[in-house]
Design a protein around this ligand. Structure first.
Ligand code: GLY
Length: 388
């Protein structure tokens, strides 16, 4: 495998990278405490926005990571202001009619509850879980990702939703009510049945017949084509399986995790920074998606906690190589160059068939920044208690 030729990150490099990441968060606090970061940078700097996108939890998650590493009260104060904002958002149902409530509420409010026992954060996150389960479609057995409920053109799940399930597992743990977990388990069973192809590449989205609930067909909204492997979607599969395994210890998830991860690693280019879709490799002029390997590394480091020693060592070494590649090729150490953590992410690359509007190409992405920082935290502290 190409990945084995790449060096792992040294302890010194890890410390420098963590220091840089904390400094990047610190230098952003002034502008982005009462406002949030846009989903992606524009010319490597994030426009300001209100808390109205599916991505706003990632910047808050970076603040919590910086707080956990430094115990600096300035980060705590900013993080708690964000909790107020997330509380208002769910109470007033501001841009909450979609499935991305886990992406929003795990790294912001679940994190604040885990770190500080903050009751307001806990209440907000449980309310978000309550909202998320309203999107469950019994006919088909899945959480509907986007659009008005029961709209025929949106009767589908998407692989990204695996990262919304941890909010439900967590909600069942803190409320002692299994209704959240039961929906998560039904959703993941359905999702794994349809999104994973025989070669362990993955579909981005999968439609169901509204009348019968039977799986209908796969479509890529952000990948290169319906049958291709969108790099970030594959990474959502890796990390989503690892988290669901951590909550359930279902051996099926471990087995699929191994295959889906191998597919990801087998399709990397020489510099280990994936192109936005695995249709492309060395020599292509297509853009990269640095966020995909940051997400994949987090999944490998989570799963390394649960497997036997040799497999864990390999997972940790390969995650370290992915992160070293991001440090070498994408990371930002000078706030004058960018106010993100890693360059060269891709939000949406439009193609004649995927129908997405092109934006955020070769830019920082708020989730790429967060997962890169989370992976650094995991490399430093193997038993890190995740926010998911
Ligand atoms: N969850 C949406 C994305 O990965 O772009």
């Amino acid at each position: 495998m190409i990945i084995e030729n790449y060096p792992v990150l040294t302890n010194e490099e890890l410390d420098v990278a963590i220091n840089n990441a904390v400094n990047q968060v610190r230098s952003c606090l002034k502008d982005y405490t009462y406002m949030f970061k846009y989903p992606n940078s524009v010319n490597n700097f994030y426009p300001l926005m209100d808390n109205t996108e599916w991505t706003n939890g990632f910047w808050t998650g970076e603040i919590w990571l910086a707080y956990e590493l430094t115990k600096d009260e300035a980060f705590k104060e900013a993080g708690l202001k964000h909790v107020d904002s997330f509380y208002d958002r769910i109470i007033n149902n501001i841009m909450c009619e979609h499935h991305d409530l886990g992406f929003l509420y795990s790294p912001s409010c679940v994190a604040a509850y885990k770190l500080l026992n903050d009751e307001k954060a806990k209440e907000a996150a449980i309310k978000a879980a309550d909202k998320l389960i309203t999107r469950f479609q019994p006919k088909g057995g899945f959480i509907q990702a986007w659009g008005p409920l029961n709209a025929k053109d949106n009767y589908r799940l998407i692989i990204d939703c695996l990262l919304n399930l941890p909010l439900l597992y967590w909600a069942s743990e803190v409320t002692n009510d299994n209704k959240y977990r039961d929906i998560a388990l039904t959703h993941i069973k359905t999702a794994l049945n349809v999104v994973i192809r025989p070669d362990y590449s993955t579909y981005h989205t999968y439609f169901f017949d509204m009348d019968t609930g039977k799986p209908s067909h796969g479509v890529s909204h952000q990948g290169n084509r319906a049958e291709s492997a969108w790099a970030r979607g594959q990474a959502w599969g890796v990390y989503g399986l690892a988290i669901s395994y951590s909550y359930t210890k279902n051996p099926e998830y471990l087995e699929l995790f191994r295959h889906v991860t191998k597919y990801f690693l087998d399709h990397l280019p020489t510099d280990l920074v994936p192109y936005w879709d695995f249709d492309f490799t060395d020599g292509s002029t297509e853009p990269k998606d640095s966020s995909a390997s940051a997400i994949c590394a987090c999944g490998m480091l989570e799963m390394a906690k649960y497997v036997e020693e040799n497999e864990a060592k390999e997972l940790i070494a390969n995650a370290s190589r992915l992160i070293k590649a991001l440090v070498d090729n994408c990371s930002v150490s000078d706030p004058a160059i960018s106010n993100g953590q890693i360059l060269h992410g891709t939000y949406c690359r439009s193609t004649p068939t995927n129908g997405c509007r092109q934006h955020g190409v070769d830019e920082c992405t708020s989730w790429g920044d967060y997962y890169y920082f989370e992976a650094l935290m995991r490399l430093k502290n193997f038993n890190w208690n995740m926010y998911w």
